[in-house]
Structures are given as structure tokens and as C-alpha cells.
Write a protein that binds this ligand. Structure first.
Ligand code: ACO
Length: 330
């Protein structure tokens, strides 16, 4: 007997940002930079910095609890937890396992994925497959980052860009027209040296030398990364629309990865979307890698900017390089 595939939808979202605000003016006291440079080049005005006792799992669990509440399910009903992060609490156990322990998701499988800023969309796509085949009914995805701990606070090229935040979503089997319509995932490892963290892995195990050379911090060639980001985010948006048999006119709201206002505006222009159809919070949080879209959609929902039936377009770009897009009928 042929079994028809099911549909998955985003049943609830949540987010958490640390209390401490670090403004551009504060950064002027740390490195040779200015509020004017940061604002014109990136659109960022401030970012959040986690308190010492806050870890990726701790802030991820806060976002997760909100998402579970919004979805109206209990943690022990979860079948799987997928956490997207490049800043896990530690190499292992998985941050998902730590979150599972905090929230009490005793029946859930636990796994992390690492696709840098595209991680949230990769997680959505993976959760979608498990629900569509009928394997699982309730999946929690978490995108949580404490980038302030892998940021080189002596490097003005990167330290002005990043922040800490967590977002989460519960993906469930849909009984209505709400669904994850399509997703598109891509990447190209040939760009591995444009944005990366070289130290602490099997290539450069932690040693005094790796620390002296500051290899445990993010390295980025910003200008070259910028160009590929604009091209691939625009292409990813077009690819997922094509996959879904839709056009840019169908999009109700674009929720893009929040790395740089100029990248967002370039994608917006390519898609010919007016300002009120693009969600932006990079000014308040900076680039929080995998967490940006997870936080932005949760905020947009809380602000009443998303209505049932809206077509939401997610598009992201990150280290790897990776890129990804997803279309959601809310
Ligand atoms: N303050 C003042 N001057 C600065 C600063 C700063 N914070 N940082 C760099 N500069 C200087 C540079 O030294 C350079 O000076 P020079 O001309 O004398 O050499 C000048 O500003 C221009 O530098 P560029 O790097 O060419 O500046 P650009 O316009 O490209 O902006 C930026 C830099 C903001 C990093 C931009 O390139 C960018 O946003 N890149 C993409 C980032 C991104 O999307 N990353 C992917 C996701 S992140 C992830 O996956 C974790």
C-alpha cells in the first residue's frame, strides 16, 4: 500500500537574548573603531553578551521552553532535538543532550548540526523529513550561539559583528494548510579559508602555540565573504521559490540571516520586496550565526507580524560556506 507523505509545520517559536547590551560606543573603548563605521558598513548598533553562567545549552533551553509553550506540548512528548550551533558548550556531549536534560525531554533523541549561520534552516529541513515520512511527530529545533566566547576582542575586523542569542521552534505533523513547503540546502567547501575557526580541532589541537597565535577565535575575510553572501543568498531565495512553484510576488515576509544590513538590502532588491516585507533586527543583536533567523521569526510572531496563511521566506549564508532557504506557509 502506498503511504502518502505527511506535512510538517512550525507549531511554536521562542527566543532568548542575554540582558547585557554592548553598544558601538562601548566598542570604541575596546578597539580602534567608531559607531559611524560600524553603522554604515553593517547596520549594527548594539549586540547582546551572555553572562558568565549562561552557556549555549542554558540560553537554548530558555528559548526551547518558550517554543514548547507556544506549541502547546510538553517536553516529554518530544521525539527528537536538533541543535544548530558553532559554539557548543563543549565538543561533546551534544548541546542537544544538555538541553534535553534541562527541559526534561526524556524520550527524545539528541543530535547537533554544524552549518554555521545556515544551521537553523538545515535543522528545519531535517526535521521536515522525519515528520513527512511519519517517523516522528514532535521535533524541537534549537539554534543557540554564544559567539562572544569565540570572538577575538582585539580584532576590529570581526569583534564588532557578533553577538549572543538563542531561538527555538517546535516542528509537528500538520493537520491544516500550515506547512514547510520546501527547503533548499547548499554549500561549497572551497571557501573554507574565508570564514573559519582554525584551532581546537583535529587539525590544530589546543596547545600553547594555538593560543598564542589566537587560533581559537573566528577568522574572516569580510570583503570576499560579503560578495559570495549576496550572490548565494539571492540564488538560494530564487531556488526555493522555483522548487515550490512560487514567485517572489507570493512572499509575505522575508526573514533573512542577519549578518549585515547591506547584504539584506541587496537580497531585498533582487526579490523586489518593499521594506514592510523584510524583517530586520541586525541593528539590535548583530550577527548571532545560526540563531539569527530563529530569533527573528519568533520576534515577528510575538509582534503580530505573521498571520496564518502567510508565505514566509527564510534565507541564510554562513561559514563553510553554507547557504540555505526555506518557504513556510504559516
Ligand atoms: N572599524 C573601523 N575600521 C574598520 C573596522 C572597524 N571595526 N573593521 C575594518 N575596518 C577597516 C579595514 O581595516 C579597512 O581599512 P583599510 O582600507 O585601511 O585597509 C576598511 O575598514 C575596509 O575594510 P573592508 O573589510 O573592506 O570593509 P567592508 O566594507 O567589506 O566591511 C564587513 C566589512 C562589515 C565585515 C563586511 O565585509 C561584511 O559584512 N562581510 C560579510 C560578513 C558575513 O556575511 N559573514 C557570513 C556570516 S557569519 C558566520 O557564518 C559566523
Amino acid at each position: 500500500m502506498v503511504q502518502h507523505l505527511k506535512h510538517a509545520y512550525i507549531a511554536g517559536t521562542g527566543y532568548y537574548v542575554p540582558k547585557k547590551v554592548l553598544t558601538n560606543k562601548d566598542l570604541e573603548k575596546i578597539v580602534d573603531t567608531s559607531d559611524e563605521w560600524i553603522t554604515t558598513r553593517t547596520g549594527i548598533k548594539e549586540r547582546r553578551i551572555a553572562a558568565r553562567e549562561e552557556t549555549t545549552s542554558v540560553i537554548g533551553a530558555k528559548a526551547a521552553k518558550q517554543a514548547l509553550k507556544a506549541a502547546g506540548i510538553k517536553a516529554d512528548e518530544l521525539d527528537l532535538i536538533i541543535t544548530a550551533t558553532i559554539t557548543p558548550d563543549m565538543p561533546f556531549p551534544a548541546t542537544s543532550a544538555l538541553i534535553q536534560n534541562i527541559i526534561g525531554a526524556c524520550k527524545a533523541g539528541v543530535v547537533d548540526i554544524e552549518a554555521a549561520c545556515s544551521g537553523y534552516i538545515y535543522a528545519i529541513s531535517m526535521a521536515n523529513q522525519f515528520i513527512r515520512t511519519g517517523e516522528y511527530k514532535n521535533i524541537l529545533i534549537v539554534a543557540s550561539e554564544i559567539l562572544s566566547r569565540i570572538t577575538d576582542w582585539e580584532d576590529r575586523n570581526t569583534c564588532v559583528l557578533f553577538g549572543d542569542a538563542a531561538g527555538a521552534a517546535v516542528i509537528r505533523e500538520s493537520q491544516s494548510k500550515s506547512e514547510i513547503i520546501a527547503a533548499y540546502l547548499g554549500g561549497d567547501g572551497a571557501y573554507k579559508d574565508l570564514l573559519y575557526l582554525p584551532g581546537g580541532g583535529s587539525l590544530n589541537p589546543v596547545s600553547k602555540a594555538t593560543i598564542d597565535k589566537r587560533l581559537h577565535y573566528i577568522k574572516m575575510k569580510g570583503n570576499e565573504t560579503f560578495k559570495v553572501a549576496v550572490t548565494q543568498m539571492s540564488l538560494s531565495a530564487e531556488k526555493v521559490l522555483e522548487k515550490a512553484g512560487m514567485t517572489k510576488k507570493d512572499v509575505s515576509l522575508l526573514v533573512p540571516h542577519q549578518a549585515n544590513l547591506r547584504i539584506i538590502q541587496a537580497v531585498q532588491k533582487r526579490l523586489e520586496l518593499p521594506d514592510d516585507k523584510v524583517y530586520i533586527n541586525v541593528n539590535r543583536y548583530g550577527n548571532t550565526s545560526a540563531a539569527t533567523i530563529a530569533v527573528a521569526i519568533a520576534e515577528a510572531v510575538q509582534e503580530g507580524k505573521v498571520k496564518k496563511g502567510d508565505i514566509i521566506l527564510f534565507v541564510a549564508f554562513g561559514g563553510g560556506f553554507t547557504w540555505a532557504s526555506a518557504l513556510i506557509r504559516w
